[in-house]
Ligand binder design. Structure first.
Ligand code: ATP
Ligand code: MG
Length: 581
């Protein structure tokens, strides 16, 4: 491929800490990592024990585990001891309703303490926890609860009345609905049950392979899949939290992910608690001023966020950040979407440290590739494989699979299965699951390149690759080039059919405040892109939009842009969030 991100970003060609990286990988083994887990006799374990009781029982009960900031700005602290007792009570409530091992307990809640208590209390009983986006409408809720075979759900009185109540007849497996507030016929009032429940509970010792979590994928490329994870996943959550997020006991940590998404569980509940940090949970939606105030006011040490949020902060300008100081901040990381080099550099200018991009999927359960703490960041790169993870770039052609080892060869990003947080299946979709594996590799469905130092560079989803006049073009490089134009707030790129070229590159651009769409600006941007990318790769068309269609986990839905462009059916849009033409 013509495009060379290192050449395009000369400021990043710094010396990487190859020695540290090589040592970390050489010294690492999953068996050694398993020893970091407390566990129960006979090789049994339970995620909730590692997250809470282990610390509560070893002299850290008084440390704040969760600091909740309500929408109106009130704070409520839960120590490890508090969480231990509350999750015991919740486990007893479930037990009282006959819910236990293997049963599915769903949560339809915003960022409220009850969500965290329900998640960990569920795990204590051996039941499987499944979070939903609270912003989902009734249909995505119904289909997920049906696929998942929900036995119980925890929700608020308001969400119940608006979204769930009318679905009850369609969900015969759903026996119990717990309301965190209010009352309604056919539901249980959680606060009164919690008040009556005993404060002691013997966490159920689980086998490593027992299911613990059910997560639905983001639905960026199609109908969401129900992904099953097991209790042993906690080993991967724990160590990746250390390597990729630099979590240290006692840190103040803020993960901004929505709790309905896998990041909200793996790195919004499990990894931070097993590493004994103090988690900040802010109930409110994104708000520039509030976010900066939280980062500064709570003295956040480690911050894990996403490109969409970073781009919104960039859009608001430097002034907003400059109003605050962040002396406590030590590490910033990003996940979920490709992080444009522009954003990494902006982070460096604004906070004095880069955003550390990392890559993983619902299926992988935990971070697989990262710019981790002990190595230099390459802006625009996802980083290098975690210790214990082998990643490769594959060429898959007519039934044969070949690993590509030349630097910057583009192919399918694949992983050697065998880490503890790997999915154990797609619920009810055995064939779809089997199709993910070839010749001993797990195929991610993403395209990437690997440079000579082993850093991986995201190209795009396999399905989003653009074939134009003999060139293979990944949307990400075009999007990154446009992002470097000062007027661009966000951009999504697709290929549209063209008689001569096969496909041409088309970009949908949302502008920063203070810029208005005009023909002059459009031509200027086309020129800017051509200068950065060359005429073969640069977009031929640019269309201005208010914003781009995104999933609730903040991913640009390029397939939707494309379906509309081609006048095709929109497909599954159950996770669609913002979308203004
Ligand atoms: P679906 O599988 O339903 O289409 P999805 O793949 O978006 O949805 P997730 O599992 O939430 O669902 O997202 C994982 C995907 O997100 C990855 O396969 C990748 O395409 C993208 N992604 C995550 N992190 C990064 C990153 N750091 N850089 C580039 N892409 C990323
Ligand atoms: Mg996916």
């Amino acid at each position: 491929m013509a495009y060379d991100p290192i050449e395009k970003n000369p400021e990043i060609a710094r010396r990487a800490n190859m020695a540290d990286y090589a040592r970390a990988r050489a010294e690492f083994s999953w068996d050694a990592a398993r020893k970091q887990i407390d566990g129960f006799p006979g090789g049994r374990l339970n995620i909730a024990h590692e997250a809470i009781d282990r610390h509560a029982r070893s002299g850290h009960g008084a440390q704040v585990a969760l600091r909740w900031i309500s929408k109106s700005g009130q704070r409520q602290d839960f120590t490890y001891q508090d969480l231990s007792r509350q999750t015991n009570r919740f486990a007893n409530v479930l037990k009282g309703k006959g819910i236990g091992r293997g049963d599915k307990v769903f949560a339809l809640l915003g960022r409220v303490p009850e969500l965290y208590i329900a998640a960990l209390g569920t795990l204590k009983t051996g039941a499987v926890f499944c979070p939903l986006f609270s912003a989902f409408g009734p249909e995505p809720i119904r289909s997920r609860m049906e696929i998942g075979g929900a036995h119980a759900v925890v929700t608020s009185g308001r969400l119940y009345k608006r979204k769930l109540k009318s679905l009850r007849a369609d969900l015969p497996d759903l026996q119990t609905v717990f309301l965190t507030d209010g009352q309604d016929p056919g539901t249980e009032t959680l606060p009164s049950l919690m008040a009556q429940a005993a404060e002691d509970f013997d966490t159920v010792p689980m086998a490593a392979e027992d299911p613990a979590l059910l997560h639905f994928t983001s639905g960026t490329t199609g109908t969401p899949k129900g992904v099953v994870h097991v209790h042993e996943a906690v080993v991967a959550h724990h160590v990746t939290g250390q390597y990729a997020l630099d979590l240290k006991p006692g840190d103040v940590y803020w993960c901004t992910a929505d709790p309905g998404w896998v990041t909200g569980t793996s790195y919004g509940i499990i990894a931070p608690l097993t590493n004994r940090v103090t988690m900040i949970v802010d109930e409110a939606e994104f708000d520039v001023t509030r976010w900066y105030e939280t980062l500064a006011g709570e003295a956040v040490n480690v911050w894990y966020t996403a490109p969409t949020a970073i781009r919104m902060l960039m859009k608001a300008g430097a002034g907003a950040a400059q109003a605050q100081a962040f002396p406590a901040l030590r590490f910033m990381a990003s996940v979920g979407e490709p992080l444009n080099p522009e954003a990494v550099i902006w982070g460096n200018d604004t906070f004095g440290m880069p955003f550390h991009d990392n890559w993983w999927q619902t299926e992988t359960g935990g971070i697989m590739i990262a710019n981790f703490a002990s190595m230099d960041v390459r802006p625009g790169s996802m980083g290098r494989p975690m210790p214990g993870i082998e990643a490769g770039i594959l060429e898959i052609r007519d039934g044969s699979v070949r690993e590509l080892t030349d630097p910057m060869a583009m192919g399918e990003l694949a992983l050697r299965p065998g880490w503890p947080s790997m999915m154990r299946g797609y619920l009810h979709e055995a064939a779809r699951y089997r199709k993910c594996f070839r010749d001993g590799w797990y195929l991610s469905g993403d395209l990437a390149m690997r440079d000579a130092e082993g850093y991986f560079w995201f190209v795009g989803r396999s399905k989003d690759l653009i074939k134009s006049a003999g060139h293979l073009i990944g949307p990400f490089e075009v999007e990154s080039a446009l992002m470097s134009h000062p007027a661009v707030a966000e951009v999504g790129v697709i290929g549209v059919p063209d008689e001569t070229a096969g496909e041409i590159v088309k970009a949908y651009v949302a502008l920063k405040p203070g810029h208005t769409p005009s023909e002059d600006l459009r031509l200027e941007m086309l020129g800017h892109a051509r200068k950065h990318l060359g005429p073969a790769v640069a977009p031929k068309e640019i269309l201005f939009r208010q914003n781009l269609p995104k999933t609730r986990s903040g991913k640009i839905m390029r397939r939707l842009l494309k379906a509309r462009e081609l006048g095709l059916p929109e497909g599954d849009i159950s996770t669609l969030e913002s979308d203004e033409a």
